[in-house]
Design a binder for this molecule. Structure first.
Ligand code: PLP
Length: 485
C-alpha cells in the first residue's frame, strides 16, 4: 500500500505512562531535605496520587509522540469539503502575536489605540471591496454567528418597514447552520429542493416567495461546490416581494476577485475568516465571521463599528438602529489581524489567483476521479467536488470505509455524508495549497482504494488498520461524551 506523506514513521503503539513507569525513575534532582521529615496525616490528603516514576526523556518522548498523532494541514493534505483547510502563512500568526497587538488593552480610549482601530477599519474596507458590499462589521466570532447577525439584520429591516415576516426560503444545498440561524431568530425555514443541475431553479422561488417571507438564504457557491448561476434572477424575484437575500459567503475562497456579491443581488453576507483569510478552521481556536451588507442596511449592523473622520479612528457607539453587540470588545481581534496581514501580503491579484487555483485544483480532482468514484453532478465545479459511493455499492463498500482507508494512506478523510442531497457523499476540497504532484499522489491513492474495494473489500471494512483506535461510535461520542479521560 502506498503510504502517503502524513503517516510514515509514526509510533502508534505508545503505552500509557503508567505502563512505561519503572519504580525509582526520576525526572528531576532536588537537594536533600535539610529539615526533619514528618508523616503526612492520611486523613488530610488521602492516599496520594498514583503517579508513575518516569525520567524526563520518557515524558518528553511520550507527549511528543502523542502530539504527532494529530493530523493537520502542516502534516499533509486535508481535503475536508466545505471547510477550506488550506495552508495559513505562519508570518501572519507572528504579526498577530506581536506584543503591541496581542497585549493591546481592549478598554483603552480611542485616542490611545488608533493603530488597532485602523487595523479593524482597514479590514472592514478590504472585506467590503472583496465582497462588493458596502459596509462590514467584524464582530461575529464564527460563520454561524455571522448568520445570526444577518438574520437579526433581516428582522430589524422588516421591523423598520413595519411588517414582521415569518418565513425564510432555505435551499437543500444551504449549509446546515443556515436553517438553524434562521430558526434561532424565530423564522420558519421553507425548504427548497435544488433542480436537476444541483442549483436553484427560478420557477420555484417565484412560486414560493411571498410577502410573509423575509427572504432567502443562499450558500454560494453552494454545498455541492456549484455556483448558483440563477442568483441574480432569484434576487430580483425576492426583492420584488420586499424580501432580502442572504448570501452565505463561507465559500468565498472560490470566488474572490471573481464574483461581486452585490451585483449578484446579495444584501447581507458573512465571510469565514477562519477558512478563507489565514486562520485555521476546525482547530477549536477563535474564528471570525464578519457580516457585510449593502448601504441601505448599514444602520442595522452590530455595534460598535470603527469609523474614520479623516483624522482619527473611533468606535462609533451611537447607532440607534443597530442590532446591538454580537461580541465583547472588538471581536476576535487576533483573527482580524491575520486576515488583514493576509490580504495585504497577497494583494488583489493574488487573492484572485487563490480562488482560480482552488477551483482549478478541485476541477482537476473531479476530472481525474470521475471514472472511479460516482460524480454527483457532472458539471463545472467550484472549489470542491462531490462524489459518492454508488459505484462501490456492489462490493458492499461504503463512503465510511473509503474515508477510513484514506487515513491509513496518510490523508485526513474528506467530508462524508454531507451534503445530505447526495446519498453517501464524499466531498473533496483540495484548496489552492496543494501542488500538482501532491494532487496526483492523492488521486493515485484514491484510485488504489477503489481497486481495493473490488479486490479486497474486507480490508476496507477493517480500515483504519494502522491506528490505535479503530472505528469509534460517533453517535455515542456526540450524545454521551466522556470528558474525564
Ligand atoms: C463552515 C461554514 C459555515 C459555518 O461556519 P462556522 O464558523 O463553523 O460557524 C456556514 N456556511 C458554510 C457554507 C460553511 O462552509
Amino acid at each position: 500500500m502506498n503510504i502517503g506523506p502524513g503517516r510514515s514513521g509514526l509510533i502508534m503503539d505508545e503505552p500509557l505512562l503508567w505502563e512505561k513507569g519503572r519504580a525509582g525513575r526520576n525526572g528531576m534532582s532536588i537537594p536533600e531535605s535539610d529539615v526533619p521529615s514528618a508523616a503526612i496525616d492520611g486523613r488530610l490528603c488521602g492516599a496520594g496520587p498514583d503517579f508513575p516514576d518516569l525520567s524526563e526523556i520518557d515524558v518528553v518522548r511520550h507527549y511528543t509522540r502523542l502530539s504527532l498523532w494529530n493530523f493537520g494541514v502542516d502534516t499533509g493534505m486535508y481535503p475536508l469539503g466545505s471547510c477550506t483547510m488550506k495552508y495559513n502563512p505562519k508570518i501572519n500568526e507572528k504579526h498577530a502575536g506581536a506584543p503591541e497587538i496581542a497585549a493591546a488593552h481592549p478598554m483603552l480610549d480611542d485616542e490611545y489605540c488608533q493603530g488597532t482601530l485602523k487595523i479593524i477599519y482597514d479590514l472592514q474596507n478590504y472585506l467590503a471591496e472583496i465582497t462588493g458590499l458596502d459596509a462590514v462589521s467584524v464582530q461575529p466570532a464564527a460563520g454561524a454567528h455571522g448568520e445570526l447577525a444577518g438574520m437579526l439584520i433581516f428582522e430589524a429591516y422588516h421591523q423598520s418597514r413595519g411588517r414582521k415576516r415569518t418565513k425564510i426560503l432555505m435551499p437543500d444545498t444551504a449549509h446546515g447552520t443556515n436553517p438553524a440561524s434562521a430558526a434561532l431568530c424565530g423564522y420558519t425555514p421553507v425548504p427548497i429542493k435544488s433542480g436537476a443541475r444541483g442549483i436553484l431553479e427560478v420557477g420555484q422561488i417565484r412560486d414560493l416567495m411571498d410577502e410573509e417571507t423575509a427572504g432567502i438564504m443562499v450558500t454560494n457557491p453552494n454545498t455541492l461546490g456549484l455556483f448558483e448561476e440563477n442568483i441574480r434572477e432569484i434576487a430580483d424575484i425576492v426583492h420584488a416581494k420586499g424580501g432580502l437575500v442572504y448570501g452565505d459567503g463561507a465559500n468565498m475562497n472560490a470566488v474572490m476577485g471573481i464574483a461581486d456579491m452585490k451585483k449578484c443581488g446579495v444584501d447581507v453576507l458573512h465571510l469565514n475568516l477562519h477558512k478563507t483569510f489565514s486562520t485555521p478552521h476546525g482547530g477549536g481556536g477563535p474564528g471570525a465571521g464578519p457580516v457585510c451588507v449593502t448601504e441601505e442596511l448599514a444602520r442595522f449592523l452590530p455595534s460598535p463599528r470603527v469609523e474614520f473622520d479623516g483624522t482619527a479612528y473611533r468606535l462609533e457607539k451611537e447607532r440607534p438602529e443597530s442590532v446591538g453587540r454580537m461580541h465583547c470588545f472588538h471581536g476576535n481581534f487576533g483573527v482580524l489581524v491575520k486576515a488583514l496581514c493576509y490580504i495585504l501580503t497577497m494583494g488583489a491579484e493574488n487573492l484572485k489567483k487563490v480562488s482560480q487555483r482552488a477551483v482549478l485544483n478541485a476541477s482537476y480532482i473531479k476530472q481525474r476521479l470521475k471514472g472511479h468514484l460516482h460524480l454527483a453532478y457532472d458539471r463545472p465545479c467550484m472549489h470542491e467536488a462531490v462524489f459518492s459511493d454508488r459505484k462501490q455499492q456492489e462490493f458492499k463498500v461504503t463512503t465510511l470505509d473509503i474515508a477510513k482507508r484514506l487515513m491509513d494512506c496518510g490523508y485526513h478523510p474528506p467530508t462524508i455524508y454531507f451534503p445530505l442531497v447526495v446519498p453517501g457523499a464524499i466531498m473533496i476540497e483540495p484548496t489552492e495549497s496543494e501542488c500538482l504532484e501532491d494532487l496526483d499522489t492523492f488521486i493515485d491513492v484514491v484510485k488504489q482504494i477503489v481497486r481495493e474495494a473490488e479486490t479486497e473489500p474486507e480490508l476496507l471494512k477493517r480500515a483504519p488498520t494502522r491506528f490505535k483506535v479503530k472505528r469509534l461510535d460517533e453517535t455515542a461520542a456526540a450524545r454521551r461524551p466522556c470528558l474525564c479521560g
